[in-house]
Design a protein around this ligand. Structure first.
Ligand code: SMN
Ligand code: MG
Length: 369
């Protein structure tokens, strides 16, 4: 495909900055595959020649990935410097140039970071919130509070659960995958008891189980009832195994935070791996990747939720035909000038053009590493 002549467009990419930060969490989160005590984020500013600055951030998962991700962002930017601010074109160019090393892992995440910042810049340059740029309308997006309910001692679960609901939510997610099935069921009962039947509850095993263990614990959860979905019971990329769990367990199976691109989501759907999907904006390929994933979910008739990145995900779910739940975390709030606003358990999309992210520069400098 021929490159688009940048002179046809008003906006041309000029520079990028990628700053690694370690943001303290209000609540530390312990899961079946490790704990998160600080959020390792890469703060991205993508500037155009006319001075528009598109913003996004990446979640590096481990602090060890922060500097490599920042370096990748700078290196990938060199491949599109001077190109038109056309997110589809940028995405195609970068994916094509990275076809040999592959667009999985950190490379895919970095491409998504540039994609999200480019869409933000485009929204700003056209004076439109992202949701409107994508043809949708600003509307409240139902969210669950995912900030807590990690693998805490049983005695600490009720307070955590009640606090998460009292922050204004009608849904929460409990991390499971304790040493024994009985431990998980006890934790589930304690939380259900604390939140009552009106609050929606999800559970997340964070890939901690074997297929046989997942079937055993899944059936126990079926017996207990009242769980909206069972998330990532086994290794994220074992779609055949997840499909076997799904065959044996009545509670809907949710996966997707680890889909690297819509192509991998298509493979999961072909394997009949899950009832619901929940792509993660940085792993599915940014705004561009999300829109392709949303089409796959619609074609398969599957409810689609988001994973992390609530700021951009609110816009994206508002144009997702099978939109389900937004996963709310406050991890970036400390570095944002105006964190997301919520009402009646739903995230509100601001009128601000683009994604609506602005950095609290003082906080970014404080947490920069
Ligand atoms: C999760 C994923 C990544 C970091 C923290 C927590 C968890 C979720 O799987 O779905 O929230
Ligand atoms: Mg999860």
């Amino acid at each position: 495909m021929a490159a688009v002549d940048a002179s046809q467009r008003d906006e041309v990419l000029e520079s990028i900055t990628a700053r690694p930060v370690l943001v303290p969490l209000n609540r530390k989160l312990y899961t079946g595959s490790g704990g998160i005590e600080q959020a390792p984020l890469v703060v991205i500013d993508l500037a155009t020649r006319s001075g528009v600055v598109g913003r996004s951030y990446l979640f590096a998962i481990g602090a060890v990935n922060l500097k490599p991700l920042a370096e990748l962002l700078r290196g990938l930017f060199e491949l599109v410097k001077g190109a038109a601010l056309a997110p589809h074109e940028l995405n195609e160019t970068l994916r094509r140039r990275m076809a040999l090393p592959g667009t999985h892992g950190l490379v895919g995440m970095a491409i998504a970071g540039i994609d999200m910042a480019a869409w933000d810049a485009l929204g700003q340059s056209l004076g439109q919130p992202l949701v409107q740029l994508l043809g949708g309308a600003r509307r409240p997006v139902p969210a669950y509070n995912s900030n807590g309910l990690g693998l805490l001692p049983l005695k600490d679960l009720p307070r955590d659960a009640v606090e998460l609901v009292e922050e204004g939510f009608r849904a929460v997610k409990l991390r499971v995958g304790r040493p024994t099935p009985k431990d998980d069921i006890e934790a589930l009962r304690v939380v259900k008891n604390a939140i009552g039947p009106e609050v929606t509850l999800m559970v997340d095993f964070n890939q901690g189980l074997s297929v046989a263990q997942a079937i055993e614990r899944g059936r126990m959860i079926d017996e207990e009832g009242g769980v909206l979905w069972i998330e990532e019971p086994i290794r994220a990329d074992d779609f055949a195994g997840t499909a076997r769990v799904r065959d044996e367990v009545k509670t809907p199976i949710q996966i997707g935070e680890n889909f690297m691109g819509p192509e991998q989501m298509a493979q999961a759907l072909a394997a009949g791996a899950c009832d619901y999907v929940m792509p993660d904006a940085e792993r599915i390929g940014g705004v561009t990747g999300w829109m392709r994933a949303a089409a796959l979910a619609q074609a398969a008739g599957l409810e689609m939720s988001s994973h992390l990145f609530p700021e951009v995900s609110a816009h994206l779910l508002a144009v997702t035909p099978t939109a389900h739940w937004l996963e709310y975390v406050d991890w970036a709030n400390a570095i944002l000038e105006s964190p997301l606003r919520l009402r009646d358990g739903a995230v509100l999309i601001a009128e601000t053009p683009g994604v609506g992210i602005k950095w609290n520069e003082e906080a970014v400098r404080r947490y920069q590493v």
